[in-house]
Design a protein around this ligand. Structure first.
Ligand code: ASP
Length: 346
Protein backbone atom coordinates (compact mmCIF):
# COMPACT_ATOMS: atom_id res chain seq x y z
CA UNK A 1 0.00 0.00 0.00
CA UNK A 2 1.35 3.48 -0.87
CA UNK A 3 2.05 5.54 2.26
CA UNK A 4 -0.90 7.72 3.19
CA UNK A 5 -0.31 11.31 4.24
CA UNK A 6 -1.11 10.50 7.85
CA UNK A 7 1.19 7.82 9.20
CA UNK A 8 -0.73 4.65 10.04
CA UNK A 9 0.57 2.90 13.14
CA UNK A 10 -0.56 -0.33 14.75
CA UNK A 11 0.01 -0.68 18.51
CA UNK A 12 0.28 -4.24 19.82
CA UNK A 13 -0.32 -4.15 23.57
CA UNK A 14 0.99 -7.25 25.33
CA UNK A 15 1.05 -5.93 28.92
CA UNK A 16 3.92 -4.92 31.19
CA UNK A 17 4.24 -2.22 33.83
CA UNK A 18 3.30 0.50 31.34
CA UNK A 19 -0.35 -0.57 31.47
CA UNK A 20 -0.48 -1.97 35.02
CA UNK A 21 -2.50 -0.74 37.98
CA UNK A 22 -2.05 -1.35 41.69
CA UNK A 23 -4.17 -4.04 43.30
CA UNK A 24 -6.16 -2.11 45.95
CA UNK A 25 -5.67 -4.86 48.54
CA UNK A 26 -2.17 -6.25 48.01
CA UNK A 27 -0.67 -3.14 46.34
CA UNK A 28 1.09 -5.43 43.83
CA UNK A 29 1.11 -4.24 40.20
CA UNK A 30 -1.05 -6.28 37.80
CA UNK A 31 -1.69 -5.95 34.05
CA UNK A 32 -4.70 -3.90 32.96
CA UNK A 33 -6.44 -3.29 29.66
CA UNK A 34 -5.48 -1.02 26.80
CA UNK A 35 -8.32 1.51 27.03
CA UNK A 36 -7.07 2.45 30.51
CA UNK A 37 -3.65 3.03 29.02
CA UNK A 38 -4.91 5.29 26.23
CA UNK A 39 -7.12 7.30 28.60
CA UNK A 40 -3.96 8.22 30.46
CA UNK A 41 -2.19 9.58 27.39
CA UNK A 42 -4.58 12.17 25.93
CA UNK A 43 -1.57 13.78 24.20
CA UNK A 44 -1.58 10.93 21.66
CA UNK A 45 -4.38 12.79 19.90
CA UNK A 46 -1.94 15.65 19.26
CA UNK A 47 -0.01 13.34 16.95
CA UNK A 48 -1.69 13.52 13.58
CA UNK A 49 -1.53 9.75 13.07
CA UNK A 50 -4.07 7.06 12.40
CA UNK A 51 -3.56 4.63 15.27
CA UNK A 52 -5.19 1.22 15.71
CA UNK A 53 -4.49 -1.37 18.34
CA UNK A 54 -4.52 -5.07 19.05
CA UNK A 55 -4.27 -6.29 22.61
CA UNK A 56 -3.44 -9.52 24.39
CA UNK A 57 -6.37 -11.03 26.28
CA UNK A 58 -5.44 -10.88 29.07
CA UNK A 59 -2.39 -8.58 29.00
CA UNK A 60 0.56 -10.23 30.73
CA UNK A 61 3.55 -9.49 32.91
CA UNK A 62 6.41 -10.15 30.50
CA UNK A 63 7.90 -12.70 32.88
CA UNK A 64 5.06 -14.93 31.58
CA UNK A 65 6.18 -14.44 27.96
CA UNK A 66 6.72 -17.60 25.89
CA UNK A 67 7.11 -18.64 22.26
CA UNK A 68 3.33 -18.83 21.75
CA UNK A 69 3.12 -15.14 22.69
CA UNK A 70 5.91 -14.36 20.20
CA UNK A 71 3.83 -16.02 17.51
CA UNK A 72 0.84 -13.83 18.44
CA UNK A 73 2.96 -10.67 18.23
CA UNK A 74 4.55 -11.73 14.93
CA UNK A 75 1.15 -12.60 13.49
CA UNK A 76 -0.26 -9.23 14.60
CA UNK A 77 2.50 -7.58 12.58
CA UNK A 78 2.69 -9.93 9.59
CA UNK A 79 -1.09 -10.23 9.10
CA UNK A 80 -1.44 -6.43 9.09
CA UNK A 81 1.88 -5.61 7.48
CA UNK A 82 0.58 -3.95 4.31
CA UNK A 83 -1.96 -1.77 6.12
CA UNK A 84 0.43 0.13 8.38
CA UNK A 85 3.56 2.24 8.07
CA UNK A 86 4.93 1.12 11.41
CA UNK A 87 4.31 -0.99 14.49
CA UNK A 88 4.70 -0.24 18.21
CA UNK A 89 4.77 -3.18 20.61
CA UNK A 90 4.04 -2.37 24.27
CA UNK A 91 5.76 -4.95 26.43
CA UNK A 92 7.07 -5.49 29.95
CA UNK A 93 10.73 -4.74 30.41
CA UNK A 94 11.74 -8.03 32.05
CA UNK A 95 11.85 -10.08 28.84
CA UNK A 96 11.73 -7.26 26.30
CA UNK A 97 15.20 -8.02 24.90
CA UNK A 98 14.28 -11.68 24.36
CA UNK A 99 11.11 -10.72 22.47
CA UNK A 100 12.99 -8.11 20.43
CA UNK A 101 15.61 -10.71 19.49
CA UNK A 102 12.99 -13.35 18.65
CA UNK A 103 11.00 -10.95 16.46
CA UNK A 104 14.14 -9.88 14.61
CA UNK A 105 14.66 -13.50 13.54
CA UNK A 106 10.97 -14.24 12.91
CA UNK A 107 10.33 -11.20 10.69
CA UNK A 108 12.71 -11.87 7.82
CA UNK A 109 12.99 -9.17 5.16
CA UNK A 110 11.41 -6.61 7.48
CA UNK A 111 11.24 -3.19 5.83
CA UNK A 112 9.13 -1.29 8.33
CA UNK A 113 9.74 -0.14 11.91
CA UNK A 114 8.83 -2.46 14.78
CA UNK A 115 9.45 -0.36 17.89
CA UNK A 116 9.15 -2.08 21.26
CA UNK A 117 8.70 -0.03 24.40
CA UNK A 118 7.30 -0.14 27.93
CA UNK A 119 8.08 1.65 31.15
CA UNK A 120 9.43 1.34 34.66
CA UNK A 121 6.44 3.15 36.20
CA UNK A 122 2.79 2.59 35.20
CA UNK A 123 1.34 5.13 32.80
CA UNK A 124 -1.50 5.95 35.23
CA UNK A 125 0.89 7.27 37.89
CA UNK A 126 1.55 10.99 38.26
CA UNK A 127 5.27 10.56 37.62
CA UNK A 128 5.82 8.06 34.83
CA UNK A 129 8.23 7.30 32.03
CA UNK A 130 5.44 5.50 30.17
CA UNK A 131 3.87 8.50 28.48
CA UNK A 132 7.12 9.78 27.01
CA UNK A 133 8.24 6.32 25.90
CA UNK A 134 4.94 5.62 24.15
CA UNK A 135 4.87 8.96 22.34
CA UNK A 136 8.51 8.77 21.27
CA UNK A 137 8.02 5.19 20.05
CA UNK A 138 5.07 6.32 17.92
CA UNK A 139 7.11 9.20 16.48
CA UNK A 140 9.97 6.87 15.58
CA UNK A 141 7.56 4.37 14.00
CA UNK A 142 6.18 7.20 11.85
CA UNK A 143 9.52 8.74 10.88
CA UNK A 144 10.56 8.73 7.23
CA UNK A 145 13.76 9.50 5.35
CA UNK A 146 13.96 12.18 2.66
CA UNK A 147 13.19 9.57 -0.01
CA UNK A 148 9.97 8.56 1.77
CA UNK A 149 11.22 5.19 3.06
CA UNK A 150 10.97 4.39 6.80
CA UNK A 151 13.88 5.71 8.87
CA UNK A 152 13.91 2.50 10.89
CA UNK A 153 13.37 -0.79 9.09
CA UNK A 154 14.19 -3.23 11.86
CA UNK A 155 13.10 -4.39 15.33
CA UNK A 156 14.26 -1.83 17.89
CA UNK A 157 13.76 -1.01 21.56
CA UNK A 158 12.96 2.57 22.51
CA UNK A 159 13.55 3.31 26.17
CA UNK A 160 14.02 6.74 27.78
CA UNK A 161 17.00 8.37 25.96
CA UNK A 162 17.92 5.68 23.47
CA UNK A 163 16.79 3.58 20.56
CA UNK A 164 18.66 0.25 20.48
CA UNK A 165 18.79 -2.54 17.93
CA UNK A 166 16.46 -5.09 19.56
CA UNK A 167 18.71 -8.12 19.21
CA UNK A 168 21.71 -6.18 20.58
CA UNK A 169 19.90 -4.96 23.69
CA UNK A 170 19.97 -6.13 27.29
CA UNK A 171 17.95 -5.04 30.31
CA UNK A 172 20.65 -3.64 32.54
CA UNK A 173 18.72 -1.99 35.37
CA UNK A 174 15.71 -3.00 37.44
CA UNK A 175 14.91 0.56 38.42
CA UNK A 176 16.70 3.08 36.22
CA UNK A 177 14.64 4.86 33.55
CA UNK A 178 17.44 4.12 31.08
CA UNK A 179 16.86 0.41 31.67
CA UNK A 180 18.36 -0.94 28.43
CA UNK A 181 21.74 -0.97 26.87
CA UNK A 182 23.58 -2.41 23.94
CA UNK A 183 27.11 -3.28 24.96
CA UNK A 184 28.49 -4.22 21.56
CA UNK A 185 26.61 -1.94 19.17
CA UNK A 186 25.99 1.82 19.11
CA UNK A 187 22.58 3.34 19.74
CA UNK A 188 20.31 3.71 16.70
CA UNK A 189 19.13 7.07 18.00
CA UNK A 190 19.71 9.37 20.97
CA UNK A 191 16.60 11.01 22.36
CA UNK A 192 17.04 14.50 23.80
CA UNK A 193 15.36 17.66 22.64
CA UNK A 194 15.04 15.91 19.30
CA UNK A 195 15.33 12.36 18.01
CA UNK A 196 18.83 12.11 16.57
CA UNK A 197 19.14 9.03 14.41
CA UNK A 198 22.50 7.40 13.73
CA UNK A 199 22.14 6.55 10.09
CA UNK A 200 25.47 4.72 10.12
CA UNK A 201 24.11 2.27 12.71
CA UNK A 202 20.57 1.75 11.38
CA UNK A 203 19.87 -1.27 9.18
CA UNK A 204 19.91 -0.49 5.48
CA UNK A 205 16.57 -0.40 3.76
CA UNK A 206 16.19 -3.45 1.55
CA UNK A 207 14.91 -3.15 -1.95
CA UNK A 208 11.47 -4.66 -2.12
CA UNK A 209 10.49 -8.25 -1.51
CA UNK A 210 7.69 -9.31 0.79
CA UNK A 211 7.96 -9.92 4.53
CA UNK A 212 8.89 -13.54 5.23
CA UNK A 213 7.61 -14.48 8.67
CA UNK A 214 8.76 -17.66 10.47
CA UNK A 215 6.79 -18.84 13.46
CA UNK A 216 8.39 -22.07 14.64
CA UNK A 217 10.77 -22.38 17.59
CA UNK A 218 12.36 -25.44 19.15
CA UNK A 219 12.45 -24.90 22.91
CA UNK A 220 14.72 -27.88 23.66
CA UNK A 221 17.55 -25.49 24.52
CA UNK A 222 19.31 -24.40 27.68
CA UNK A 223 22.14 -22.24 28.96
CA UNK A 224 25.06 -23.68 30.91
CA UNK A 225 27.12 -21.24 32.96
CA UNK A 226 30.76 -21.98 33.73
CA UNK A 227 32.09 -21.16 37.19
CA UNK A 228 35.23 -22.21 39.02
CA UNK A 229 34.05 -25.29 40.92
CA UNK A 230 31.85 -26.75 38.18
CA UNK A 231 32.42 -30.51 38.45
CA UNK A 232 32.20 -33.33 35.95
CA UNK A 233 29.09 -34.95 37.43
CA UNK A 234 27.07 -31.74 37.30
CA UNK A 235 28.36 -30.76 33.86
CA UNK A 236 27.71 -34.19 32.28
CA UNK A 237 24.25 -34.26 33.85
CA UNK A 238 23.41 -30.89 32.28
CA UNK A 239 24.73 -31.91 28.85
CA UNK A 240 22.71 -35.15 29.04
CA UNK A 241 19.38 -33.38 29.66
CA UNK A 242 16.86 -35.63 27.84
CA UNK A 243 15.90 -34.28 24.40
CA UNK A 244 18.26 -31.31 24.55
CA UNK A 245 19.20 -30.00 21.08
CA UNK A 246 20.89 -26.66 21.68
CA UNK A 247 23.11 -25.29 24.45
CA UNK A 248 24.37 -21.76 25.01
CA UNK A 249 27.62 -22.24 26.94
CA UNK A 250 28.41 -19.11 28.93
CA UNK A 251 32.20 -19.01 29.20
CA UNK A 252 34.85 -16.70 30.61
CA UNK A 253 36.38 -13.68 28.88
CA UNK A 254 37.08 -14.24 25.20
CA UNK A 255 35.40 -17.66 25.26
CA UNK A 256 37.62 -19.54 27.69
CA UNK A 257 36.97 -22.49 30.00
CA UNK A 258 38.76 -25.32 31.80
CA UNK A 259 41.42 -27.18 29.83
CA UNK A 260 40.89 -30.41 31.79
CA UNK A 261 40.09 -33.54 29.76
CA UNK A 262 36.79 -34.33 31.57
CA UNK A 263 35.41 -30.94 30.52
CA UNK A 264 36.55 -31.09 26.90
CA UNK A 265 35.56 -34.77 26.51
CA UNK A 266 32.06 -34.06 27.86
CA UNK A 267 31.62 -31.23 25.36
CA UNK A 268 32.94 -33.33 22.45
CA UNK A 269 30.54 -36.17 23.42
CA UNK A 270 27.55 -33.76 23.37
CA UNK A 271 28.55 -32.37 19.97
CA UNK A 272 28.97 -35.93 18.62
CA UNK A 273 25.42 -36.75 19.80
CA UNK A 274 24.21 -33.88 17.57
CA UNK A 275 23.72 -31.20 20.23
CA UNK A 276 24.54 -27.71 18.90
CA UNK A 277 26.72 -25.93 21.48
CA UNK A 278 27.52 -22.24 21.07
CA UNK A 279 30.21 -20.40 23.02
CA UNK A 280 29.08 -17.03 24.42
CA UNK A 281 31.03 -14.89 26.85
CA UNK A 282 29.81 -14.03 30.35
CA UNK A 283 31.31 -10.55 29.89
CA UNK A 284 28.82 -7.80 29.13
CA UNK A 285 31.13 -6.24 26.57
CA UNK A 286 33.29 -7.80 23.84
CA UNK A 287 32.95 -11.27 22.39
CA UNK A 288 34.37 -14.72 21.86
CA UNK A 289 37.73 -14.99 20.10
CA UNK A 290 38.41 -18.70 20.38
CA UNK A 291 41.94 -18.60 18.99
CA UNK A 292 43.20 -16.00 21.43
CA UNK A 293 43.91 -18.39 24.35
CA UNK A 294 44.68 -22.09 24.35
CA UNK A 295 41.69 -22.68 26.66
CA UNK A 296 39.30 -21.11 24.12
CA UNK A 297 40.96 -22.93 21.25
CA UNK A 298 40.49 -26.28 22.98
CA UNK A 299 36.77 -25.58 23.37
CA UNK A 300 36.40 -24.81 19.68
CA UNK A 301 38.29 -28.01 18.79
CA UNK A 302 35.47 -30.01 20.43
CA UNK A 303 33.02 -28.73 17.77
CA UNK A 304 31.56 -25.93 19.89
CA UNK A 305 30.81 -22.94 17.65
CA UNK A 306 31.47 -19.27 18.35
CA UNK A 307 28.71 -16.83 19.26
CA UNK A 308 31.10 -13.93 18.55
CA UNK A 309 29.75 -10.81 20.32
CA UNK A 310 26.12 -11.94 20.56
CA UNK A 311 24.04 -11.19 23.66
CA UNK A 312 22.72 -14.09 25.71
CA UNK A 313 19.14 -13.09 24.82
CA UNK A 314 19.89 -13.15 21.10
CA UNK A 315 21.87 -16.40 21.39
CA UNK A 316 19.12 -18.41 23.06
CA UNK A 317 16.40 -17.07 20.73
CA UNK A 318 18.58 -17.59 17.65
CA UNK A 319 19.20 -21.18 18.75
CA UNK A 320 15.44 -21.81 19.18
CA UNK A 321 14.75 -20.14 15.84
CA UNK A 322 17.38 -22.06 13.84
CA UNK A 323 16.49 -25.41 15.42
CA UNK A 324 12.84 -24.60 14.68
CA UNK A 325 13.60 -24.42 10.95
CA UNK A 326 14.00 -28.20 10.97
CA UNK A 327 17.46 -28.11 9.36
CA UNK A 328 20.39 -30.43 10.13
CA UNK A 329 22.61 -29.67 13.15
CA UNK A 330 25.54 -28.83 10.86
CA UNK A 331 23.42 -26.30 9.00
CA UNK A 332 22.29 -24.78 12.33
CA UNK A 333 25.97 -24.45 13.26
CA UNK A 334 26.81 -22.84 9.92
CA UNK A 335 23.96 -20.34 10.09
CA UNK A 336 24.56 -19.53 13.75
CA UNK A 337 27.99 -18.13 12.98
CA UNK A 338 26.56 -15.74 10.38
CA UNK A 339 24.45 -12.65 11.17
CA UNK A 340 20.75 -13.05 10.42
CA UNK A 341 19.46 -9.67 11.57
CA UNK A 342 22.55 -7.68 12.56
CA UNK A 343 22.91 -9.51 15.90
CA UNK A 344 26.64 -10.26 15.59
CA UNK A 345 29.74 -8.57 14.25
CA UNK A 346 32.10 -10.88 12.40
N1 ASP B 1 7.45 -7.28 35.48
C1 ASP B 1 7.21 -6.26 34.50
C2 ASP B 1 7.13 -6.92 33.15
O1 ASP B 1 8.14 -7.26 32.59
C3 ASP B 1 8.30 -5.23 34.53
C4 ASP B 1 8.14 -4.08 33.58
O2 ASP B 1 7.31 -4.03 32.71
O3 ASP B 1 8.93 -3.12 33.71
O4 ASP B 1 6.06 -7.12 32.63
Amino acid sequence: MAPTKKPRILIVYTGGTIGMIEDPVTKALKPFDFSHLLENVPKIKMLDYEIDNIQFHPPIDSSDMNVEHWKLIAHSIADNYDNYDGFVVLHGTDTMSYTASALSFMLQNLQKPVIITGSQLPIGEVRTDGEENLITALQIAADRRADGTPTVSEVAILFENYLWRGNRSTKRSADNFNAFRSNNYPELAKIGLGINFRYDALAENHNGGPLEPHYEFDTMVMPIDLFPGLNEAVFRHQLATPGIRGIVLRTYGMGNGPTEDWFLDALADAVRRGVVVVNVTQCVNGGVQSGRYISGEKISETGVISGHDITFEAAITKMMYLLGLGIEADEVRRRFEQPIAGEITI
